[in-house]
Design a protein around this ligand. Structure first.
Ligand SMILES: [Fe+2]
Ligand SMILES: [Fe+2]
Length: 192
């Protein structure tokens, strides 16, 4: 089969109805696509992989099933092993070596895109003026977006070989054009 972003979106939305999960997929897609462009990689494949990394979370919300029980579904749908393996590798508990640029990128973008999203939700202009400095400050506040694993954010940047500041900046910049789709405010409301 031809792996396309559109086909991946169809698969995702067939299994995932919840808006926050769809938005998470879109945020990770944007971040991963940014790196596909920077690295000159197969953007369509990278986008599809990012969109599908949590496609089964709604039907398999626990780690004894996600994402391993989603993999056979992806194979049945005809997705190539390169995509399926990368999806599996984002899960720490499966301990699959992240030995390709796609695997490293997906892992590096997953938690950070979620965190940047959370930062944007509490700002009057979303992520329009968000800077790495303020993201790093929030990373050090354990109570803020407590579900985001900080160790995975740091390990992700490390594995990708990109300085944390640059990585945060890249992810913010990649997410900005789709801020609307992510439910983030794009303009400060005028004071009346
Ligand atoms: Fe996941
Ligand atoms: Fe995720």
């Amino acid at each position: 089969m031809d792996v396309t972003r559109d086909r991946a979106w169809q698969t995702l939305t067939r299994y995932t109805q919840a808006e926050p999960l769809r938005r998470h997929a879109l945020a990770v897609e944007a971040a991963v696509a940014g790196y596909a462009q920077r690295f000159g990689e197969d953007e369509e494949l990278w986008r599809a992989t990012a969109l599908l990394h949590d496609f089964d979370y709604e039907i398999h919300p626990t780690l004894d099933k996600h994402p391993q029980d989603g993999a056979p579904i992806l194979r049945e749908e005809g997705y190539p092993e390169e995509l399926v393996e990368a999806v599996l590798s984002h899960a720490e508990h499966l301990a699959i070596p992240r030995n390709t640029p796609l695997k490293k990128t997906l892992f590096a973008c997953d938690e950070l895109a979620g965190f940047v999203h959370a930062c944007g939700l509490v700002r009057p202009d979303g992520i329009a003026t968000l800077e790495p400095k303020s993201v790093k400050k929030k990373l050090k506040q354990p109570s803020f977006a407590a579900g985001v694993h900080r160790d995975e954010v740091y390990a992700g940047a490390d594995g990708l070989g990109v300085e944390l500041d640059d990585h945060i900046r890249n992810v913010i910049e990649s997410m900005r054009p789709i801020a609307d789709d992510l439910g983030l405010r794009t303009e400060v409301a005028p004071v009346e």
